[in-house]
Design a protein around this ligand. Sequence first.
Ligand SMILES: Cc1cc2nc3c(=O)[nH]c(=O)nc-3n(C[C@H](O)[C@H](O)[C@H](O)COP(=O)(O)O)c2cc1C
Length: 195
Amino acid sequence: MQIKLNDCSMLLKYNLINQIVTPRPIAWISTVSEDGVINIAPYDFFAPLSSDPMVFAVSFFSKSDGSLKDTFTNIVKTKRASICLCDLSVLKAMHKSAQELDSKQSEAAYFDIAMEVVIQDYPPVPKEIKAAFMCEYYDLLPIGQINKVLLLEAKECFIQDSIYKSNLDFNFKAIARVGSNYLIGTNFISQNELS
Ligand SMILES: Cc1cc2nc3c(=O)[nH]c(=O)nc-3n(C[C@H](O)[C@H](O)[C@H](O)COP(=O)(O)O)c2cc1C
């Protein structure tokens, strides 16, 4: 099969990436709105681009009503984001937090996700989080009409003391996305098991 991408709908192009570019790392991104609302949502169009400076890319689609995602708006306004990497202990909470809520409603409060500030001046992270990068806005890439791509520069890295080892050989199994399901190590977890 040869698929000419110029002739494809945007949904087909999305689905091709979703099914072929796997497993994808997941950034569970915490931000705080200008009004102080803590927002947290998962993003898997997410990639490390550079290690020095340490820069990550995150790609944002629109909300179902065509408006901007709250995470995007908060980062553009406050210039701060905490990118959490997830293990099995937070899989259900992470999956639930993708529900589209009003921007004035905190996913953390709505889904009862206990949050804590682990590094001052950066958005709080869920208490079970073992690894996170505290980031500042770096750039906005003008790619196409559908996606908005933000570059974020990590300024601090948080690793929970319970897993940290000075040789960095610690046991952290991050969840990845395969299609619309999840992978941890060699275990597939269907999204249907999570609702
Ligand atoms: C695992 C997972 C990964 C996701 N990745 C993305 C993504 O890369 N880009 C995107 O725009 N939405 C993505 N979503 C959907 C958002 O999480 C969802 O729209 C959420 O409501 C956005 O919240 P916000 O408006 O508070 O930022 C993903 C959902 C899940 C469950």
